[in-house]
Design a protein around this ligand. Structure first.
Ligand code: AMP
Ligand code: MG
Length: 395
């Protein structure tokens, strides 16, 4: 049965006067304007998303501060071994609670649906009590140094904020999509991670924010030499039809960014997961060779790869999880719009666009590939040939 999504969405503001709202039916009947790059009259008027984007950048920035604090303590401390997962647990829950709290505070009049990685189950049992108290303290310490310093969250508030994230998403209405710490392995190693937040409207990603506290402001392309003195901390943000911007996480002015314009694979470098368990490095290497890429892979954790790609640090991102792994929407929604609004293309291994409207999972063909529009046809050819070769050799 077809589901009527229109009833599930709120009224739409007038594009130049936020005090005026239209109902969807009015738009269907009376709007004959045809603005550029729009899908339908509905989108014509719902495209602004300005206040949602402002709320999302604020939420991700506040959560990034919490994560930075935990990572700095973790790296300084000799008490926690790298295999101790508790700091990342505390930061994960704390980040999710904060994003949920800030979005609700900033957008009080909207119905709130959040699809997020964590739930509070483990914190509700006796053995989780101490962790819950640590998270609540961390959240309140962060809130105290923010625009919300008038607030003090109880443990119950924190549990409720975390459990806002239980939504199943889908193709109707609006859903926020959050990975509170994407790249937890990188977080524990002291490397890259991201707070990744996106908004789905009727199944489409309409805005995305990536806070990458450890990503250098300078390029991380394979031929760029890094130093520990490089300034780090990037915030990428994009909304449908509005382009992609990057600004330092410390708040200075944003710059519009674009993906690499290279048409020549010999000049292109490619990104992939640091963790071999997350993506088949051997297959990426075969694809890159077939395409003619000469540079070695740049391996970093998290959706920081999408951010780096959106500003042209590399030209290609290849992700081929091991058989049976199901990708989650929060691992790609924000990254996807950050790259596409910067002029890139994100598809599965067969060249299909990613579909974020099916719930918490992305069900896709074999893997995810990202590049600019010019390189995509030859990349797809190289991917297809490499996958066929692999299939033939396994027979
Ligand atoms: P990356 O740092 O790009 O490898 O991506 C990190 C994300 O990969 C994590 O947030 C996980 O959600 C996801 N992940 C976890 N296990 C796997 C796996 N076996 N294959 C692919 N991705 C995974
Ligand atoms: Mg993740």
């Amino acid at each position: 049965m077809a589901i009527n999504c229109l009833r599930a969405t709120p009224k739409i503001p007038h594009p130049s006067n936020p005090n005026i709202t239209f109902s969807h039916s009015f738009l269907f009947l009376s709007s004959n304007s045809k603005p550029k790059r729009l899908f339908s009259p509905i989108r014509a008027f719902s495209m602004s998303y300005d206040k949602e984007l402002a709320a999302a950048t604020k939420a991700a920035s506040v959560a990034a501060r919490l994560c930075q604090k935990v990572q700095q303590t973790l790296l300084k401390s000799d008490v926690h071994s790298k295999s101790d997962k508790s700091p990342v647990t505390v930061a994960d829950y704390g980040s999710q609670a904060l994003v949920s709290f800030v979005l609700e505070r900033e957008l009080p009049s909207e119905s709130f649906s959040l699809v997020a990685e964590e739930d509070s189950g483990d914190l509700q049992i006796d053995s989780g009590r101490e962790t819950l108290e640590r998270i609540t303290k961390l959240v309140n310490d962060t809130v105290a140094n923010s625009d919300y310093s008038d607030s003090n969250l109880t443990t119950e508030d924190v549990l409720r904020a975390i459990d806002n994230g239980k939504s199943e998403g889908g193709s109707c209405g609006r859903h926020w999509v959050l990975d509170p710490i994407d790249g937890t392995k990188g977080f524990l190693r002291g490397d890259q991670y991201a707070i990744a937040l996106a908004l789905l409207d009727e199944g489409k990603v309409v805005l995305g924010v990536l806070a990458c506290p450890n990503l250098p402001l300078a390029s991380i392309s394979s031929d760029n030499k890094h130093s520990s003195h490089d300034k780090v901390g990037c915030l990428f943000f994009a909304k449908l039809g509005g382009g992609t911007y990057m600004q330092p996480l410390d708040g200075s002015s944003p710059l519009k960014v674009h993906v690499s314009a290279t048409e020549n694979p010999v000049e292109a470098s490619f990104f992939e997961s640091y963790e071999a368990a997350h993506s088949l490095h051997g297959l990426s290497s075969t694809i890159a060779k077939k395409l003619g890429v000469k540079a070695p892979p740049v391996r970093i954790d998290s959706q920081a790869k999408y951010g780096a790609l959106s500003r042209g640090d590399g030209a290609i991102y290849l992700r081929f999880p091991h058989k049976g792994y199901r990708e989650k929407i929060w691992d790609h929604a924000a990254g996807c719009i950050v790259v596409t609004e910067a002029g890139g293309v994100v598809t599965d291994a067969a060249g299909n666009p990613l579909d974020f409207s099916k719930g918490r999972y992305l069900d896709l063909e074999a893997g995810i590939i990202v590049t600019n529009q010019k390189l995509m046809p030859s990349l797809l050819k190289a991917v297809k040939a490499s996958l066929e070769e692999e299939k033939a050799s396994s027979l």
